[in-house]
Every structure is written in structure tokens, then in C-alpha cells.
Design a protein around this ligand. Sequence first.
Ligand SMILES: [Fe+2]
Length: 186
Amino acid sequence: MRLVKWAHDLAESMLADSLPRRWAHSKRVHSQALALAPTLGRDAELLAAAAIVHDIGYARDAVDTGQHMIDGARYLRDVVVADPRLCSVVAFHTSSSWEASQLGLDDALAEFGPAEPELVDAITYCDLTSTPTGDLVDPAERLSEVLERYGPEHVVFRAVSEARPELMARVARVRRRAEAMETKLN
Ligand SMILES: [Fe+2]
């Protein structure tokens, strides 16, 4: 769990004081990742670490392109020299690919490829079940809230509208894996 503690301390130092809502959200995403641990086997620790740092791209020290998934992944890779798989999960989380396309940043995102589908499904599920203030939420509701918050002119609105079916498919796959694991354990 050394990786998780390291990631927690890093995210706390970058978000807790300056972006307390992001920090509260990140802590819920992290606890959702811990709940998925039995379905991820050896990658449970990697997911837990990625969950707590997934939004550090919003922190002032990390902002560069303005696409927070890429900025967070670059910060992890270039400044704190994190495990490339951890950088990749952060880079591809939730609607990243769609946002990168909208912004002409496909090549920047590709620096972190290939994405690992099972981990990207899992981090997306964790992200979409946490509100911006860290409460639990239904993913469909969360996506509606994002669309409402940004409005039709914003790149996030366009990306999330396009991504929505695949994001919901990711959530469904994670739930199926969790149910299958529960059946196996009982
Ligand atoms: Fe998030």
C-alpha cells in the first residue's frame, strides 16, 4: 500500500487547500476504488492510487493544455516520475479521449497509450459515482449534472454528450464484474 499512501499525500498537497471540492470528490473516487478491489486482483492498488490522483491535472502546478486528464498524467510522468501504468489510467479516465479529440490533443493523449480497458472502466465507474463534492451518485445523474454545469458551448459538454453511451457501458461492465465476483465468493 506504499503506492497508495504516496499518491494520497501527493493529491492532498495539490488539492486539499486550493481545490477542496476536488479533494472531497477525489476521496470518494478513492473509496469507490477500494470497494472494487476484489474485482481487480493485483491491480487493486494501482486503481486506488490512480483514483486519488486522477484529478490533479486541475491543480495550478499541473495545468498546461487545459485538458486535465493529460495535464495530470504529464505531471505524474514528468514531475514526480510515476509508474507509466498509473499515468495511463489518469490520462484515459472518463471522457478523456473525447475531450482530447475536441481539443486537437489526440497525439498528446497517445503519449500515454495504450489504455488498459479494464482499469479505464474501473476509474470511470469510480469517477461517475462521486459528485463534485464527494457524495455518492448514480452515474446517469452525474452525467446529466456535468452537461448542465458546462452548457452546450463548452468542450466538456460536447465530449460528454458524445461519450455518454460508452461511459454508461463502462459502468455496466464494472457492475457485471462486481456481481460475478460476488456470486463466486458466495
Ligand atoms: Fe473526477
